[in-house]
Design a protein around this ligand. Sequence first.
Ligand code: AMP
Length: 196
Amino acid sequence: MINLILFGPPGSGKGTQAAKIVDQYQLVHISTGDLFRYEMGNDTPLGMKAKDYMAKGELVPDSITIGMLRNKVEAHPDARGFIFDGFPRTIPQAEALDILLAELGTEVSGLIALYVDDEEIVYRIRLRGATSGRPDDSDERIIRNRISIYKNETTPVFDYYQKQDKSHTINGIGTMGDIFDRLTGIIETWEKKSGD
Ligand code: AMP
């Protein structure tokens, strides 16, 4: 199995690249942000719990997020692998993911971080906000809060997988095709290993 953590700040292009990787490798794409937005759109109890955190650009508590992720993974017993997009965002989430995948007899293949500088992120998210309808994309203060939460709470996840020799960084600026080639260059090495 290939289990990729697509990592990077909000607006770094994770969702766009995930869609291309899914096509190429037939993996299941799990975006916790999309899952929360779906729950919110349907006014479910889970959506109600997530709503205020998301509106402020803060992280939804681990206790809620980890359970939702587990359900989604377990709903795909025949998956060839997963792309985790926007998860894990904290060390407890990373630890929970490692345990979950070990239960399934597999593991994280690697984490790839898309590096994009802050001003480019703010620019891209504001542009996306013009059409996404996402309130957290339209207010610069909230966008900057999301960036600072990424730096303070989420980057330790990079170091966590670095200790397992699994973290990589690529330049997240370029054409969609350039970035895709950088990603697949790394994923191919995992494919070779899992084929051995
Ligand atoms: P995203 O679409 O990945 O930018 O996520 C949008 C929002 O959903 C975030 O700002 C958080 O409020 C929430 N969220 C998404 N994924 C997670 C996660 N793994 N842990 C906590 N909150 C999350």
